[in-house]
Design a protein around this ligand. Structure first.
Ligand code: ADP
Ligand code: MG
Length: 241
């Protein structure tokens, strides 16, 4: 009989082992990425996009493992950054999927900044987008929305994929929960939740089986952007008088 304690012990053992492996694999992969960037400047090739995208997926997988098992290895300093630009560069890693999935970008506010950890956030966006692409069997579309609402940036990532059954929704973000038999690690969303909660954001999921899924993220503006906004509001009010 398998009790819940057995299961937790098993997961914890898997976590420890995979953290060790992930750490050993991450360093060489990161080194390869650096050298590839150097070579890219010298040699033009139509294969670079594929190489970069595949490498990014591998790095992302080991990073996801590290986040759940050894979060302290992921410390990174925060800075003001533009989530919109981060989205653009992350989306470009999926260019090889555009033959089957249509991407609609609705970026209403491209100037506002948030305060956060660039690499972590980029990986979180990558993990969300990867799930969206994987949910779409054959052709479909992904809509990405980015706008400002009060003191927040709102981000919507919506796909026309297969959706998530209602009874599975509470399991989202639990490490190792995956419905993808062979290719899933079940670590993507736990990285996503950890990252956004670490940035004082809220995450909401809306999904309907056979219809698609929408992730909505609300993340606070950086202090500077908040002040600028107040300033703009004051000017607008002044002009109206
Ligand atoms: P993995 O992708 O390795 O399975 P994740 O943590 O990224 O692990 O996702 C966990 C599970 O959540 C997936 O296996 C899938 O069942 C479900 N899921 C996440 N995002 C979506 C989505 N956009 N559409 C449908 N199902 C999703
Ligand atoms: Mg995933």
């Amino acid at each position: 009989e398998h009790s819940r304690i057995d299961e937790l012990q098993r997961l914890s053992a898997i976590g420890q082992i995979s953290a060790g492996i992930a750490h050993e694999i991450r360093n060489p992969l990161t080194a390869v990425k650096g050298f590839l960037q150097l070579i890219q400047r010298e040699y033009d090739s139509r294969y670079w996009d594929i190489i970069n995208s595949e490498l990014e997926q591998a790095i992302s997988t080991v990073q996801n493992l590290l986040v759940v098992s050894k979060p302290e290895l992921n410390d990174e300093s925060s800075a003001e950054l533009n989530l919109c630009q981060l989205l653009e560069s992350t989306l470009s890693l999926f260019d090889n999927e555009l033959y089957r999935v249509n991407i609609e970008k609705r970026f209403y506010d491209t100037n506002s900044l948030i305060y956060g950890k660039r690499n972590q956030l980029k990986r979180a966006l990558f993990n969300l987008l990867k799930n969206a692409f994987e949910a779409i069997e054959g052709e479909g579309s992904i809509t990405v929305e980015h706008y400002r609402s009060d003191d927040h940036i709102c981000l919507h990532i919506r796909d026309t994929g297969k959706g998530i059954p209602g009874d599975k929704l509470p399991l989202l973000g639990t490490p190792f929960f995956s419905t993808k038999a062979d290719i899933g690690t079940g670590l993507g969303l736990s990285q996503v939740y950890n990252t956004f909660y670490g940035h004082n954001a809220t995450i909401a999921v809306n999904s309907e089986e056979g219809q698609g899924t929408e992730f909505t993220i609300r993340i606070p503006l950086s202090e500077q952007s908040m002040e600028e906004r107040m300033h703009t509001n004051l000017i607008i009010e002044k002009n109206m008088n």
